[in-house]
Design a protein around this ligand. Structure first.
Ligand SMILES: *[C@@H]1O[C@H](CO)[C@@H](O)[C@H](O)[C@H]1NC(C)=O
Ligand SMILES: *[C@@H]1O[C@H](CO)[C@@H](O)[C@H](O)[C@H]1NC(C)=O
Ligand SMILES: *[C@@H]1O[C@H](CO)[C@@H](O)[C@H](O)[C@H]1NC(C)=O
Ligand SMILES: *[C@@H]1O[C@H](CO)[C@@H](O)[C@H](O)[C@H]1NC(C)=O
Length: 954
C-alpha cells in the first residue's frame, strides 16, 4: 500500500507534465477519435481480471486540476496474469485503427521483488458488445496479441526527471473486419501505470474541390492504399461520364490526385474557390457549359429572364443569353453574341425636283443608323386626290402602281440616296415616302421612319376633245357642245372654237382652218358655245380644242354644220324695226322721266316727314352698341337726314367737327394704295380705347383740286351713320399729309374676299352679306345719295363678315376705277355694273344703283366672278340692249336670280327699290326653304325667259 501511494504520487506528477508537452502529434481534422481515456473524468469502466489484487483504477490531477483516470498495477506476485479490458470500441467503419498507449514502468532493479518489465496488449473483434467477466476467456486466443510491450530505455524512477519515465507507443490494428473491438492489457508482474489509451482512425473529410463534392471517406486499411472516391458536381454544374470527378483518400486521411472535371451550366460561373457555380450577374451571361466567366451582354441587350425569374422566385436568373432591349433587335442570322440594333431614323435633307412628268428625289443617310451598316431605302409612291387648286393633297392617296417607272430596279431596296421616278401624270399630286430601313426593320413592330415628299406635277396640254356635236342649228346660229377631254392634265382654262364658212370660202376651208387663220375664232369656258351671226343655208366647219395654263391641246375632229334657210332671210333689214323701237323707247323715257319726277317729289315729302317723326329705323342698330362712343362728332340726330353735297369740304369738316388730333393717331402699316396716296392701317386713340382704323393719306405734292376732292369724300362720309356704310372716324387737315380716317375693315374688299372663299361660305352667309349691302344702300338712297359705282370691289368686309358700302369719292371714283371706261359722252363708267340709262344719258339715280346692286348680287352668288366674263364692254352694251342678262350662277337659288333680273329691268322704273330688295332678302332669310330651288346648270346657260344666250359677233 505504501509503495502504491508513492507511485500514485509519482504518476500524478508526471501526468501534469505530459499535458504540458502535448504528446499527441497528430491533431488533425482528419482523425476520427474512437476512444480516449483522457476524455473521461469518471470511472473508465474497464473490466478487470482478477477483480481485485491486479489492476486498479486511480485518479490523478492534471495541471488544470482536472482529474484524470488511469490504471496502475504493481503486485509483486510470482508469475501473475492481471488483465484489464476496455469497453467495446466501435470502429466506425475504419479499416485500420491506431492505438496510442502511454505508460510508465518502474525498472525492476528499483524494486526488491521479482518483476517483469513488459506487458501484453490484445484486441478482440466483435460485431456486438457481448463481453462479460468471463467472455471472451482471458487468454491470448481468442484475444489477438498486438504486441508485448517493453519500456525500452525509458523507465520511471524517483530520481529521474519525470518526463523521461513516460513511454508512448503506437500500433496499428487492421484490417478490421467487425463493427468494433475490445482492447485488453495483460500484466505479467510489472509495476506500471497505463496512463492513457487512445484509439483513432484516419479519414478524408468531405470536401468541395474543383466544383465537385467528395464525401467524408475513411482511409484505407493499408498504409499504401489510396481509396478512390467519385465526386458529385456541385449544384448548377455537371460533367461527362468520361470526365467524372474522382479523388483519392490516402491512409493518412489526405486527399490526393484529383481527376475529372465539372463544368458550370450556362448562366452560371464558378466562384474563385471553385466551390460553387454562381448566377451570372445582371447584364452578364454565359452561353455554354464550361468554366469560363460570364461576359458582358452585347450592346443594347439585357440578361435574359432577369425580370421574370426575379419576380417569381426572388432569385437572380441565370442568363445563358441576353435579350435585346425594347426596340432593339437581331436579325435571324445574328446569334446571341451579336449586339442588338434598331431600325434607322428617317432619311435627312430630302430634296426633290419636279420636271414635267418626272421627279428626282435626293436625300442623305439617317442621322442614326441604328448601330448597323446595312441601311437601305424603300420608296413608295402614292397618287393623291387634289383637294383644291392649292391644296396640299394629303387626301385619298392610293399607290401609284405599275404606272410609274423608277430608275433603280427594285425601288424597295435602294442602297443609294437618290431616285428618279418617271411617267408621272401631269397636274397630279404625288406623295413619296422614303423609308429608311436596315436588317432589323422587319423585326420592328413600329413603322419604319420615313421622310415625306409631296410633289405636284405641272399642268400639261389637255388631250383632244373627242365628241364635239351640234346640239341645235338655226338659220343664223348653231350651238356646239362637247365633253371635257379625257385627260384634262390641268385646270381647263378655256375652250377655243375655230369655224369657217365653207360655202363662202368655196371649199378652201381646209387651208384656212388648218393654218389657224379661220375667220371665226371663239373662246368659252364652258362645254357649249353658240356661233351666231351666220348666214342661212351655209355650210360651216368647226373644231374645238381645250387649253390649260400650259397651252392648247390638239384640235378635235372637224364638225360640219349647215345652217337652215329661213324666211327671215327675206326681210333682213332691221333698221325700220330698230327705228320704231328707238322712237318708242325715247317716248317712254320722256314719259318715265316725268313720272319719276312726280314720284320723287312725293317720296321726298313723305320721307322728310318720316325722318322728322322718327329716325329709329336707321339709328336703331347703333343704340347701345359699343361703337357708339367711338363715333366721332357725327351730325347730331336732328342733323340733316338728306345728303348734302358740300362744294367746300372744309366747311363740312368744320360743320361736322371731325378734325382729329394727329397725336391720337399711330400709323402701323401700309395696306394699299389709292389714287390720292397710300392707305394704311393704324390705331386711333379715341377716348379711353384704341380703335383700329384705316387711314388714307393724301400724297405729297397733291394740287389744290386733289385736296378738294380728297376731302369731299370725307365730307360725304361724315353725313352717313349706318352699320352697313363705312364709318368716318375723322380727318386730319391741320397738318400734312392730310388724312381721312375710317373704321378698319379686316377682310378687305368683297370681291377679293369672295374669290378667296370660293365655296366655303354658306348660302345663309351669302344672303346675310347681300342683305347688309342692301341695308346700307337703302340707307344711302333714303339720304338721296346716289353711289354711282356700287360694285363688290367697293364693298368692304370686316372680321364679322359685315359688309359695308364704301368709296364715296364723286368724280374721282370712276376715273380711277380700273373697270371704268369712257363713254361716248365722256366721263368714265364701269360699264358692267352700270344701268343702260347711265351709259347712254349719264342719268344716275337710286334706280341705277339698284341695277348695280343686281350685279353685286351676281358677283356674290358667283364668288367674285367677273360679270359678263371676258366679253368686251361693247359686247356687254350690245347684248344688254338686245335683252341678254347674266344667267344664274351655279348653285344660285332661282328666286335670287329672279331678283337680279328684276334689278336689271331695262326700264329703271320697273326695278325694285332698295327697300323692296331689303325686304325680300329679309323674307328669304326668314324662310330659307325658298332657297332650295337652285340653279345647277352651267353658269352661261340662260335660265330665265328674259335671257338669251351669249351671242358673239364674228
Ligand atoms: C450536362 O449538361 C449538358 C447540357 O445540358 C448536357 O448536354 C450533358 O449531357 C450534361 N452532362 C451530364 C453528365 O449530365
Ligand atoms: C427637264 O428635263 C429635260 C429633259 O427631260 C431637260 O432638258 C431640262 O433641262 C429639265 N429641266 C430642268 C429645270 O431640270
Ligand atoms: C416597301 O414599301 C412597299 C410599299 O409601301 C411595301 O409594300 C413594302 O412592304 C416595303 N418593303 C419593305 C421591305 O418594307
Ligand atoms: C338662233 O336663231 C333662232 C332663230 O333665228 C333664235 O330663235 C334663237 O334664239 C337663236 N339662238 C341663239 C342662241 O342665238
Amino acid at each position: 500500500m505504501n509503495s502504491h501511494n508513492i507511485f500514485g504520487q509519482l504518476w500524478a506528477n508526471s501526468l501534469v507534465y505530459f499535458s504540458l508537452v502535448h504528446m499527441f502529434v497528430i491533431v488533425s481534422a482528419n482523425v476520427e477519435e474512437l476512444y480516449d481515456t483522457k476524455s473521461r473524468t469518471s470511472d473508465l469502466l474497464w473490466t478487470k481480471y482478477p477483480e481485485s489484487g491486479g489492476w486498479e483504477e486511480v485518479t490523478g490531477l492534471s495541471l488544470e486540476r482536472d482529474s484524470i483516470r488511469y490504471h496502475q498495477v504493481c503486485n509483486a506476485v510470482t508469475n501473475p496474469s492481471n488483465w484489464i479490458r476496455s469497453p467495446y470500441i466501435e470502429s466506425k467503419g475504419a479499416k485500420r485503427a491506431y492505438i496510442d498507449v502511454e505508460f510508465s514502468m518502474v525498472k525492476c532493479e528499483e524494486l526488491q521483488t521479482g518483476c517483469s518489465e513488459t506487458f501484453n496488449l490484445f484486441y478482440y473483434e466483435s460485431d456486438t458488445d457481448q463481453s462479460s467477466s468471463t467472455f471472451p476467456p482471458w487468454r491470448e486466443n481468442p484475444y489477438v496479441k498486438i504486441d508485448t510491450i517493453a519500456a525500452g530505455e525509458r523507465f520511471s524512477n524517483i530520481e529521474f526527471s519525470r518526463e523521461e519515465g513516460m513511454n508512448r507507443k503506437t500500433w496499428t490494428l487492421g484490417p478490421l473486419t467487425r463493427r468494433g473491438f475490445y482492447l485488453a492489457a495483460e500484466d505479467k508482474g510489472a509495476c506500471m501505470s497505463l496512463m492513457r489509451v487512445r484509439v483513432y482512425s484516419y479519414y478524408c473529410p468531405n470536401v468541395t474541390n474543383s466544383l465537385a463534392k467528395f464525401p467524408r471517406t475513411v482511409a484505407g486499411n493499408d498504409v499504401a492504399s489510396l481509396v478512390e472516391v467519385p465526386g458529385k458536381c456541385v449544384q448548377y454544374a455537371n460533367s461527362t461520364a468520361l470526365e467524372a470527378p474522382r479523388y483519392y483518400c490516402n491512409s493518412n486521411g489526405e486527399w490526393k490526385v484529383r481527376t475529372g472535371v465539372c463544368h458550370c451550366k450556362p448562366g452560371y460561373q464558378a466562384n474563385s474557390l471553385l466551390t460553387s457555380c454562381e448566377v451570372c450577374g445582371q447584364g452578364r451571361y454565359k452561353s455554354s457549359h464550361g468554366n469560363e466567366e460570364c461576359v458582358q451582354c452585347p450592346a443594347h441587350s439585357i440578361s435574359a429572364g432577369v425580370s421574370s425569374t426575379l419576380s417569381s422566385t426572388g432569385k437572380k436568373a441565370a442568363s445563358h443569353f441576353c435579350v435585346c432591349e425594347p426596340a432593339y433587335y437581331r436579325t435571324t442570322n445574328e446569334d446571341i453574341h451579336s449586339p442588338c440594333t434598331k431600325p434607322p431614323s428617317e432619311p435627312t435633307s430630302v430634296t426633290f425636283h419636279v420636271n414635267q412628268t418626272f421627279v428626282t428625289i435626293n436625300w442623305a443617310p439617317p442621322l442614326d443608323d441604328g448601330g448597323r451598316n446595312d441601311v437601305y431605302y424603300n420608296v413608295s409612291c402614292d397618287l393623291c386626290e387634289r383637294r383644291s387648286k392649292t391644296g396640299d393633297a394629303v387626301h385619298n392617296c392610293f399607290p401609284c402602281g405599275s404606272g410609274v417607272t423608277y430608275n433603280v430596279p427594285g425601288h424597295q431596296r435602294i442602297k443609294g440616296t437618290s431616285l428618279k421616278i418617271s411617267d408621272l401624270k401631269p397636274f397630279s399630286n404625288y406623295r413619296f415616302k422614303i423609308f429608311a430601313m436596315n436588317g432589323v426593320s422587319a423585326s420592328s413592330e413600329t413603322a419604319p421612319e420615313r421622310a415625306l415628299v409631296f410633289a405636284v406635277t405641272p399642268e400639261a396640254e389637255p388631250s383632244a376633245i373627242i365628241d364635239p356635236r351640234a346640239v341645235s342649228t338655226f338659220d343664223r346660229n348653231f350651238t356646239l357642245s362637247w365633253s371635257k377631254p379625257l385627260l384634262p392634265n390641268g385646270m381647263i382654262t378655256k375652250y377655243q372654237l375655230v369655224c369657217d364658212d365653207v360655202t363662202a370660202t368655196n371649199g378652201k376651208f381646209a387651208a384656212s382652218i388648218k393654218s389657224d387663220k379661220a375667220p371665226l375664232l371663239l373662246e368659252t369656258e364652258n362645254q357649249t358655245i353658240t356661233v351666231a351671226s351666220l348666214k342661212p343655208g351655209h355650210i360651216y366647219i368647226a373644231r374645238v380644242r381645250a387649253a390649260t395654263s400650259t397651252g392648247y391641246g390638239p384640235y378635235s375632229e372637224l364638225v360640219t354644220i349647215r345652217t337652215t334657210r329661213s324666211s327671215s332671210d327675206v326681210n333682213r333689214s332691221q333698221s325700220p324695226i330698230g327705228l320704231i323701237i328707238g322712237i318708242g323707247v325715247g317716248a317712254c323715257v320722256i314719259l318715265l322721266a316725268m313720272l319719276a319726277f312726280c314720284y320723287y317729289r312725293k317720296q321726298n315729302i313723305s320721307r322728310e316727314r318720316m325722318s322728322n317723326e322718327s329716325s329709329s329705323e336707321e339709328k336703331a342698330p347703333f343704340t347701345g352698341s359699343k361703337e357708339d362712343n367711338l363715333i366721332v362728332r357725327l351730325p347730331s340726330i336732328g342733323g340733316p337726314r338728306i345728303y348734302v353735297e358740300y362744294p367746300d369740304p372744309h366747311k363740312a369738316v368744320r360743320d361736322f367737327h371731325c378734325e382729329i388730333d394727329i397725336s391720337d393717331l399711330s400709323i402701323e402699316e401700309t395696306i394699299g394704295r389709292g389714287e390720292f396716296g397710300e392707305v394704311c392701317r393704324g390705331q386711333y386713340h379715341c377716348g379711353e380705347v384704341d380703335v383700329c382704323v384705316a387711314v388714307k393719306r393724301l400724297k405729297q405734292g397733291a394740287d389744290a383740286k386733289d385736296q378738294l376732292n380728297f376731302l369731299k369724300e370725307a365730307s360725304t362720309m361724315a353725313q352717313f351713320s349706318h352699320p352697313n356704310v363705312v364709318q368716318l372716324k375723322g380727318v386730319v387737315t391741320k397738318s400734312r399729309p392730310q388724312m381721312i380716317v375710317t373704321e378698319y375693315m379686316e377682310n378687305g374688299s368683297l370681291d377679293v374676299f369672295l374669290k378667296n372663299h370660293t365655296d366655303t361660305l354658306s348660302m345663309v352667309q351669302l344672303l346675310q352679306m347681300l342683305k347688309g349691302i342692301a341695308s346700307g344702300m337703302r340707307y344711302l338712297s333714303s339720304m338721296k345719295y346716289v353711289h354711282r359705282d356700287l360694285a363688290a370691289r367697293n364693298i368692304l368686309v370686316n372680321s364679322d363678315l359685315v359688309c359695308k358700302v364704301s368709296d364715296f369719292g364723286l368724280s374721282r371714283t370712276l376715273e380711277n376705277d380700273p373697270h371704268a371706261t369712257y363713254t361716248t359722252q365722256g366721263g368714265k363708267i364701269a360699264i358692267r355694273w352700270t344701268a343702260p340709262e347711265c351709259i347712254r344719258f349719264r342719268k344716275f339715280t337710286s334706280n341705277s344703283d339698284v341695277w348695280s346692286y343686281g350685279i353685286v348680287m351676281w358677283e356674290v352668288m358667283s364668288y367674285g366672278e367677273k360679270p359678263y366674263w371676258d366679253m368686251s364692254n361693247q359686247e356687254v352694251i350690245e347684248s344688254i340692249d338686245e335683252g341678254y342678262r347674266l344667267p344664274a350662277p351655279y348653285d344660285c337659288p332661282v328666286c335670287l336670280h329672279q331678283l337680279m333680273v328684276e334689278c336689271w329691268a331695262f326700264d329703271a322704273k320697273h326695278r325694285p327699290t332698295m327697300n323692296d330688295i331689303y325686304q325680300r332678302l329679309d323674307a328669304l332669310l326668314e324662310t330659307p326653304s325658298n332657297l332650295s330651288d337652285r340653279n345647277l346648270e352651267q353658269p352661261t346657260t340662260p335660265t330665265t325667259e328674259t335671257a338669251i344666250p351669249i351671242s358673239i359677233p364674228a
